[in-house]
Design a protein around this ligand. Structure first.
Ligand code: FE
Ligand code: FE
Ligand code: ZN
Length: 291
């Protein structure tokens, strides 16, 4: 394994240690990067940043030689920038995105993953226009260098951002291109119909349509469903339809060398699988994780 392999997982952030706890959990798993939510993704309750042990966490990250630029935060699921059925709904999503961008900056975290949204009863183009406009407003109202990374979606319900063209359409409309990027989720692109047996075709297409420079985060997950199922159910590595060998090859693809890979695979019973899955991704040797 090259020393430039950036691997981590989604980790919790909770009382009493908050961000420091997230870092300790990552170290325990053998990770050298991580992804956290600044609070529960399903609600807007947030612990004040002063209580999140950010300075202690940053000291430890520096001490352990983590690259701070590779650390990832995930925005709450409640944000749907496409939805402008009422002024309140429009403002709710934009304001929540603004507050998450500012929280991210307080955590010295640069990469904020965002689900682009649901089209509901709009056309896809209308939805994409609203999303681009919402992102522009949020960027214009935040004075920091946080990069909003639009996640590739599986296509469940009316999700948009299910192919590279839709994401390119949004990026094209973003005024400040330094603040926009992409998060590619392997489970989601499989479910959206991309063939992970041909990783170089995927990366060629990504490069042609979006540009690989915009790719900032990989979510590395197996999928419980077949290619094109539009479902979005993550599986543990080697326990889904993509398979360990394909995911290992993707994670170690030379064109993705500097990009952090983040596991969001499901827990096995009461246990986090991340320590074992990180080990598999370092060694290339799959093993069955026991309950
Ligand atoms: Fe996500
Ligand atoms: Fe994801
Ligand atoms: Zn997912």
């Amino acid at each position: 394994m090259s020393e430039k392999f950036f691997i981590g997982s989604h980790v919790s952030m909770k009382a009493p240690d908050y961000f420091l706890g997230s870092v300790l959990e990552s170290l325990e798993n053998g990770a050298n990067t991580l992804m956290f939510y600044t609070g529960a993704p399903q609600n807007t309750k947030r612990t004040p940043v002063e209580n999140c042990k950010i300075e202690e966490a940053l000291d430890l990250l520096k001490n352990k030689n983590f690259d701070l630029d590779k650390i990832v935060c995930h925005a709450p699921y409640l944000i749907n920038l496409a939805n402008r059925t009422t002024k309140e709904k429009e403002e709710f999503s934009i304001n929540l995105l603004i507050s998450e961008i500012n929280r991210c900056a307080a955590f010295h975290t640069k990469l904020l993953v965002l689900h682009p949204g649901m089209s509901l009863d709009l056309t896809i183009d209308e939805a994409l226009n609203n999303i681009a406009d919402g992102i522009n407003k949020a960027i214009n109202k935040t004075d920091n260098d946080v990069i909003i990374c639009i996640e590739t979606m599986a296509g469940k319900g009316s999700e948009v951002g299910t192919n590279f063209s839709q994401i390119a359409y949004i990026i094209d409309k973003i005024q400040n291109k330094d603040r926009i990027g992409v998060c590619l989720d392997t489970c989601h692109i499989n479910d959206a119909g991309y063939d992970l047996n041909e990783p170089d075709n995927i990366l060629d297409e990504f490069d042609k349509i979006i540009g690989l420079d915009y790719l900032k985060v990989i979510h590395l997950n197996d999928s419980k469903n077949f290619k094109g199922a539009r479902k979005d159910r993550h599986a543990n590595l080697g326990k889904g339809t993509i398979g360990f060998d394909k995911l290992f090859a993707f994670a170690h693809n030379a064109r993705l060398k500097d990009i952090p890979k983040i596991l969001e695979t499901p827990w096995i019973g009461e246990k986090s699988p991340y320590k074992q899955e990180i080990e598999m991704l370092k060694t290339g040797k799959w093993f069955d994780i026991e309950k």
